[in-house]
Each structure stands twice: as C-alpha cells, then as structure tokens.
Design a protein around this ligand. Structure first.
Ligand code: DHB
Length: 398
C-alpha cells in the first residue's frame, strides 16, 4: 500500500525530511487528542422572574474557568449554557438532550427546587453527576445518589436567626414564606428552633412563589403587631417585599424584619434604600465577607460584569465549578461514578469561608453568619458579626 511505498522509498538523503514529517504527523495526532472534551451542561433560568439567578451563576462559572484554566487531563473544558425559563418540564427535557446528544460529563445549575427535583431521575438513569448550584430545599440531595450540592440549605440558614432573635428582644414572630420547598423548610426550621428557645410564633403565612402580591399578607402582619416578621423569599423577590414593607410603614410601627439572607440578596440590596438598614439575617455568604480570597473574588467578578456585585448564587456557581473541575482532574477527565466519587469529600476555601462536600450526604457543610445591613461608604452591605462554624444541614440530622 501507499504507506509501504512511502517507507520503502525513503533513502538516506530524504531521511531527515522523513523524520520531520513523521514528528509533525505524531504531534498532529496528539493535538487531536487535546481537542477531546470534558463537557458541562449548565441549565439555568436566563429569562423570566428568576433570570438574576442564571446571570449570577453563569458569570461566576465563566470567571472560575478564566481564572483556573479551561483544560483538564488534556481535555478542553466545554461549558454549554441553556435557558430553562424556570419551567421544570423544560429543565428536564434540556437535561435529557444534553446527556443523550451532547454526551455531557456533568449536569449543573438548577435555579429553583422544582427544576432540580424534575431532573433528578435523569441523573439517576444516566448515572450523570448533577451539581446543584442554587436550589436549597433540604431533601434535594436525597432525590438522586448522583446529586451534589454547592449552594446551601434553608434549614442551615434558618436556625441561625432563630437562635439570635430571642436573645435580642424578639419574642413574638409572624413568619411569611414563599409557598414551596425552601419556604416550607425555612418556616419549619425557624419555628421549631424559635419555640425551643422560648419564642412564640403567632401566625404562619405562605405567599405564592410566582408574582406574589405581598400587600394583603403585610396588612395582616401589621394588624397582628409581632416583634418581628421572619421572611423567606427566593433570590430577587426581596426588593418588592422590602418596598411594600416600607410603604405600609411597618418599620415605623416597630415591626422588625428578620430572615434568611435571601431577602437581602447582595444583587439587589443597594436598590432597597434605607428601609433595609438594620435588617438582621443569617446566611452563608455576604459580598462583604472579610477574607483575602473573597476580596479578590468580588473584585474580579465586579470587574468582569460591568460593576455587578456577586450574591450567594454566584458563590454557589463558582464553588460548583471548583468541585467539578477538581473532580475532573482527580478522575482524569472521568464521568459517572468516578467523577461523582471525586466530588465527595472535597474540602477547600470558598469566598464564603471554609467549605466541605459531606461524602455521606453529598451536601454542603459551611459556616453560617449572622449579619446586619449597614451602610459602608455609600453602599449597603450585609455585615457579618457572628459565626456558627461548620454547620451540616439540620434537615438530615434524623
Ligand atoms: C431557592 C431559590 C432561591 O432563589 C433561593 O434564594 C433559595 C432557594 C429554591 O428554589 O430552592
């Protein structure tokens, strides 16, 4: 054949050229290997009422790749971003397409609890690791053995403020939560701990998850005159709530606002104005967290995104990419069980502080901070003043 003819035809004069050609061909073969991919399917709400979650997570994922290289084990890391419009059936269909057609190594994102729960069976059936970067209902990690979480859980966030409040003059509370997974977790874990601490919950209110009209609920709270209103609303919804809280003069009537940190989300905090001053919440991340790593993260994120401040969603995305890329490295660009196992037990410093992926539960273990909204210069920040160290999800301590 032609190859044999070529070899046979090489005489001693042509030999040096022959070697050069063979080296070039070999190098070509290796660079073809380098084009092999490690693919991440990132499914997020990029449009609709929860678009800020998608925007924050995508920006953080791209920042992580820019800072930490976009190649693992000789494979090019490919990020495929898809908009699920926050509709669970769309999330599930996109996940299926990413697994079957794009052969992604891992699924990631999941901006809301129903989106993660709808997709869990795809992870299980296809043995594809699924990294939850946003959704925060405790039970999500139990929906598939392939789910790993880098966001947080509502039980983790809620118990901190339930311990702080009764020691600070708050004895009578009305709770107001979004009526779905994370809201129900927040209500239960706040209430149980607050009652245990000697507090009283005089009413529990639930508002619709989508396009809530807070007005009638806030009127009810005003009439009940509690010391404080405990709130959970998903990221982004806090602005509307805070506006109506101020319009009804509830702060002036002496009703304090407390909650998990979702309501004073860093993405929208500055737009809330002085009504937010003094609001105390418990959460795992503040953009003003005082560490060199966080300062670098906030600076780089802000610079890369036209002045946008990263919120807790961004951190879930950034740390999620860390977990994925390091697992890819440890498993030599692996997939399935090998990739999943390399995610379990990862422990590292995040912009939020120290963080661990619990190898048993696949859920995040991290610090929860008590914070108060204060003015720093001309900006509002959640200023951390107390730390509960290395908290596991209380929702799994049976
Ligand atoms: C969820 C969504 C949020 O925006 C948030 O702040 C917390 C939890 C969720 O759907 O799980």
């Amino acid at each position: 054949d032609n190859t044999q003819l070529l070899h046979a035809g090489v005489n001693q004069w042509l030999a040096p050229y022959y070697i050069v050609v063979m080296v070039a061909l070999t190098a070509g073969t290796f660079s073809a290997f380098a084009q092999e991919k490690f693919s991440i399917g990132l499914i997020l709400p990029m449009t609709g009422p929860f678009a800020s979650t998608g925007k924050q997570i995508e920006a953080a994922a791209r920042l992580y790749m820019a800072q930490n290289g976009d190649t693992v084990a000789g494979k090019k890391v490919e990020l495929i971003v898809k908009d699920d419009t926050s509709a669970p059936d769309v999330t599930k269909r996109i996940a299926q397409e990413l697994v079957v057609n794009d052969k992604v190594n891992v699924l990631a994102g999941f901006g809301l609890t129903p989106l993660a729960l709808a997709t869990a069976p795809i992870a299980t059936q296809s043995k594809t690791p699924l990294v939850v970067m946003a959704a925060a209902t405790s039970s999500i990690t139990q929906a598939s053995p392939y789910i790993v979480r880098t966001s947080f859980t509502l039980p983790q966030a809620a118990v901190g403020i339930a311990d702080w409040a009764p020691k600070n003059g708050i004895k009578k509370v009305v709770t107001l939560v979004s009526d779905y997974g994370p809201g129900i977790d927040a209500e239960k874990y706040f209430k149980d701990r607050f009652l245990f601490n000697g507090g009283q919950v005089i009413e529990t209110l639930r508002v619709p998850m989508r396009n809530p009209d807070f007005a009638p609920f806030l009127q009810k709270v005003r009439d009940l005159k509690p010391d404080a209103m405990f709130v959970f609303v998903p990221s982004g919804a806090g602005a509307a709530l805070m506006k109506q809280f101020a319009e009804r003069g509830m702060d002036k009537a002496g009703i304090k606002l407390i909650g998990t940190g979702d309501v004073t989300d860093d993405d929208i905090l500055n737009s809330m104005g002085d009504v937010a001053l003094g609001v105390v919440t418990s959460h795992h991340y503040s953009a003003s967290h005082n560490s060199p790593l966080n300062k670098k993260f906030v600076e780089a994120f802000t610079k890369a995104n036209h002045g946008l401040r990263p919120n807790f969603m961004a951190v879930g995305g950034y740390d999620g990419m860390r977990v994925i890329i390091e697992a890819a490295r440890a498993s030599k660009g692996g997939s399935g069980e090998a990739l999943l196992n390399a995610m379990k037990g990862q422990s590292f410093e995040s912009p939020r502080g120290p963080m661990l992926i619990d190898p048993q539960t696949r859920d995040v273990v991290h610090n929860v901070y008590i914070r108060k909204v204060e003015k720093v210069g001309d900006q509002l920040f959640n200023q951390e003043f107390s730390t509960i160290k290395d908290m596991k999800d209380p929702g799994k301590a049976k």
